[in-house]
Design a protein. Structure first.
Length: 212
C-alpha cells in the first residue's frame, strides 16, 4: 500500500503541478490507462461525497453535464441510480475514451474548462464537476460558462480543494457571482481529506449552488 501511495502521490504531483492546459492534458492522457485502478485501490473520497450530494439534489430524469468527467467514474456510479441523460466533457481525449467505454454517457466531448463551451445557453438541467477545481486545473473563470449552460433553477454540484478555494481567488469569484445574482449557495459539505493516504495534507469540500 505504501508503494501505491507513492505512485499516486507522484501522479497527483504531476497534475497539480501542470503549467498550462497542454501540460495538464498530457499528464491525464498518460494517466488514463491506470487512473481507475489507482484511485480505487487507494480510496478517492471526493467521488463518494460528491455522488451523495448529486443524488440529494439532482433528479435522475434530468439532462446533466459532467464537467471534467475524466474516465467517467462518477457517471458509472450514477447510471445504476437511474441517471440516463449524462453528457461528459474533459480536456483529455484518452480519459474520455475510457468514459465512453462505460456506456453511461449520452455524448462525450473534448472541451476545456475556463474556455468557451460549445453548448447553447440553458442546455442542461443540472451540472456537476468533481476534482476539477483544484491546483493547476480549472480556473475560477470557468464558473461563468458553466452557469450559462445550466438552466435557471438548476443545481451545480462541485468539489473544490480547500486551500485553492480560500487563497486562489475562487471564494471571491463565487461570492461575487452570488452578489451579482447569478447563483445562490444551497448547501456545502464539511472540509474533508479526499486522498487520505496519498496526500493526507490536502483538504476539499463540496458545494451545491442553484443557478438563478
Amino acid at each position: 500500500m505504501e508503494d501505491r501511495g507513492k505512485s499516486l502521490s507522484h501522479r497527483l504531483d504531476r497534475v497539480y503541478g501542470a503549467t498550462d492546459v497542454g501540460d495538464l492534458e498530457a499528464a491525464y492522457d498518460t494517466w488514463a490507462e491506470s487512473y481507475d485502478s489507482d484511485v480505487n485501490q487507494l480510496g478517492h473520497l471526493i467521488r463518494t461525497v460528491s455522488t451523495g450530494y448529486i443524488g440529494r439534489y439532482i433528479p435522475p430524469d434530468s439532462k446533466v453535464l459532467d464537467a471534467g468527467a475524466g474516465t467517467g467514474l462518477i457517471g458509472s456510479y450514477l447510471k445504476p441510480m437511474g441517471y440516463h441523460d449524462l453528457t461528459a466533457i474533459d480536456l483529455s481525449s484518452e480519459m474520455l475514451k475510457h468514459a465512453e467505454a462505460r456506456n453511461c454517457y449520452h455524448a462525450t466531448y473534448r472541451m476545456v474548462l475556463g474556455e468557451a463551451l460549445d453548448f447553447g445557453t440553458d442546455s442542461f438541467d443540472h451540472c456537476y464537476a468533481v476534482g476539477v477545481f483544484t491546483e493547476g486545473h480549472a480556473p475560477a473563470s470557468a464558473f461563468e460558462e458553466l452557469i450559462r449552460v445550466i438552466r435557471p433553477g438548476g443545481y451545480f454540484v462541485f468539489s473544490i480543494r480547500d486551500d485553492v478555494y480560500r487563497e486562489g481567488g475562487y471564494r471571491l469569484r463565487m461570492d461575487r457571482l452570488e452578489q451579482q445574482g447569478s447563483w445562490k449557495v444551497i448547501d456545502q459539505s464539511p472540509v474533508f481529506q479526499p486522498y487520505p493516504e496519498a496526500h493526507p495534507d490536502v483538504r476539499s469540500r463540496v458545494f451545491v449552488y442553484q443557478v438563478i
